[in-house]
Design a protein. Sequence first.
Length: 343
Amino acid sequence: MPEVTTIGLDIAKNVFHAHGSDSRGRGIFSKRLSRAKVLDFFAAQSPCTVAMEACGGAHHWGRELMALGHDVRLIPPAYVKPFVKRQKTDAVDAEAICEAAQRPTMRFVAVKSAEQQAFALVFRTRDLLVRQRTQLVNAIRGHLTEYGWVAPKGVSYISMLGDMLEEEIAASLPTTAVAMFRLMLDLLAELDERIAYLDREIARRAREDETARRLMTIPGIGPITATALTALAPAAETFAKGRDFAAWLGLTPSQRSTGGKQKPGATSKMGERTLRRLLIIGASAVVKQASRRGTPKGSWLERMLERKPRMLVTVALANKMARIVWALLAKGGIYRAPAAAAA
């Protein structure tokens, strides 16, 4: 019987499917597995390449299979789809994963450790609470509008509304509405406390992590962005150069070139959206400060602000920051401003 060199594993909640092939890509077996039998099945297999889609639970199974001696490869689902033949079933998906893993130019996702995922969980939890706070603030403003009270945008004005609710606003509202507004304000105060706690936790982790401290030397990158970069970004060796890292973040122009003619479009937005958003927010803060206080004479940012719209400069600066991040991750050291570097 030919030796199995690659196994494509289609994972799910309870029913898994494995497709094995030899070094020439010929199928050897296609087997349905229950969740409880997956590790027993792979423990009986000789060490080989096991490929899975990079989806929910993939990193957990990757760590388990690596402990059994297998070489685990995670593939973005979008790169597996072209190998699916006609109808979609678990067996067809497993075969497509197995075939995609054998392509010499295929791109893979690094398997994250449990510590890396825990580090990312702290940041993602804060992100979730911030979104909930924004929804709650918008709900309070929207419901107050129904009673003729229009509040300016911003979290800071909500506390002012809380004080007014005890006096003049309460007199013009039904008793039930006042109770609901007080309930929402109490929830908002609780969210503020939890977000403040997570901010302190992220700041502590950023101070203790040597890589995060080096990343925070880059203008526009603070504890939250540095923490997110160390937790969510793959190893710097994954990318050959800084532009590849910026492209992974979706900060490079999309290409529609043909016939030897270069036709770059808008930013691709095809990468890690969380890090892309944070870098753009950081770049926006740098551009805003530069617009108020000025920039060094002849600097790249000054020349860009003179010629280009502000939002375009912000995204271009985020692209530049991503390349600097890759350089620090790949080569070490801290950020040095161009003038200091020249000196």
